[in-house]
Design a protein around this ligand. Structure first.
Ligand SMILES: *[C@@H]1O[C@H](CO)[C@@H](O)[C@H](O)[C@H]1NC(C)=O
Ligand SMILES: [Cu+2]
Length: 334
């Protein structure tokens, strides 16, 4: 406990002093506002969707397989790095950078706006009827049936991604129709309804109230509401076949990026609560699964690398801590 406290302080002290934060902000005079999907205009939503479809048709940057598109690159990179980007401190900065890389890809497809978020907290009492699932101004709805074989079941039936066929399941080749299996797909699971009961305003307020350390907040968010949304969209009927939002190739489903922009927003809100949280970063690296039980990896630092393989240049944790710096330069509505 004492050690955790110490590394928390050390991480804060090792961070740039706030005068340096101010200098880094000089290249960002008018940060762009990332909107909630349901608050955006129809024109803004359609422009986003058009660019998101464009990404599913562009050639791959990685060149892993002749069938791969740029969208597949996102799923593959995320799946390759699975162990290095989840269940430890690096989860939040890595996904912040990943959303940024996707936002740039949208803009390369002619989109003039920013990443948008699905505010699943606001929709938690009735997630199945959220605006994000609209067949025309959204991402289409639930999958149906068990048509796909292999790991997936329930290809989606409507929306702009109806004909999109993601190439990967994890890092394995398994081209399939994009699948969703909402948790209420099973009559026995009706009470779960996309697991909305696990990301209510009360639950998320408790997560945001975590003030013991950065990593305690990260764990509460990642293992709580973040995970519940993935499962709610794709854990389905519990017969061993699932939708795309659950395996490590979860970026297969374009809704992934709205989900993770919301996760990023919650971290941003947590950071806003106290100036010292801008560079608050602590916790430990993971050790490989075969490491002796109870052993921890080395402490994380703000100089840790955020790897993007061949999708985009690597970054450092410090590069993405402050969304008001010149690289990121965005905000959320408070
Ligand atoms: C690649 O696409 C072709 C044409 O759609 C398809 O027949 C083939 O099975 C795909 N390959 C893989 C590995 O999915
Ligand atoms: Cu992830």
């Amino acid at each position: 406990m004492l050690f955790i406290k110490f590394t928390f302080l050390a991480a804060v002290v090792a961070g740039l002093p706030s005068s340096t934060n101010l200098a880094a902000r000089q290249g960002c005079t008018s940060p762009r506002l990332r909107k909630s999907w349901s608050q955006a205009t129809v024109e803004e939503r359609l422009a986003y969707l058009e660019a998101a479809v464009c990404i599913t048709k562009k050639p791959s940057r990685l060149g892993m397989h002749p069938n791969a598109t740029l969208h597949d690159d996102f799923a593959y990179t995320h799946a390759m790095l699975d162990f290095d980007i989840h269940q430890f401190a690096g989860f939040l900065p890595w996904h912040r950078y990943f959303v940024m890389v996707y936002e740039k890809a949208l803009q390369d497809c002619g989109y003039k706006g920013t990443a948008m978020y699905w505010d699943w907290v606001a929709d938690s009492s009735d997630p199945a009827n959220a605006a994000v699932w609209d067949p025309v101004t959204g991402f289409g709805g639930n999958g149906q049936g068990t048509e796909n074989t292999g790991n997936f079941a329930g290809p989606i039936q409507d929306g702009p991604f109806k004909d999109f066929r993601p190439l990967y399941s994890g890092t394995a080749l398994e081209q399939h129709g994009l699948c969703r299996a909402w948790s209420r797909g099973n009559p026995a699971n009706d009470d779960k309804d996309l697991f909305g009961h696990r990301y209510t305003p009360q639950i998320v307020a408790e997560v945001l109230a975590t003030d013991s350390s950065y990593d305690a907040f990260r764990e509460a968010l990642e293992g709580g509401p973040h995970q519940a949304v993935h499962f709610g969209i794709a854990i389905g009927n519990g017969r061993g076949r699932i939708g795309d939002m659950v395996p490590s190739s979860s970026p297969n489903d374009p809704i992934f990026f709205l989900h993770h922009t919301q996760v990023d927003r919650l971290w941003w809100i947590w950071q806003q609560a106290d100036e010292s949280r801008t560079n608050a970063y602590d916790g430990f690296h993971r050790l490989p699964p075969n490491a002796p039980e109870g052993e921890q990896g080395p402490p994380v630092t703000l100089n840790d690398v955020l790897a993007m393989r061949d999708l985009a240049p690597d970054a450092k944790v410090l590069d993405v801590m402050d969304t008001r710096n010149a690289n990121l330069c965005y905000e959320y509505p408070l």
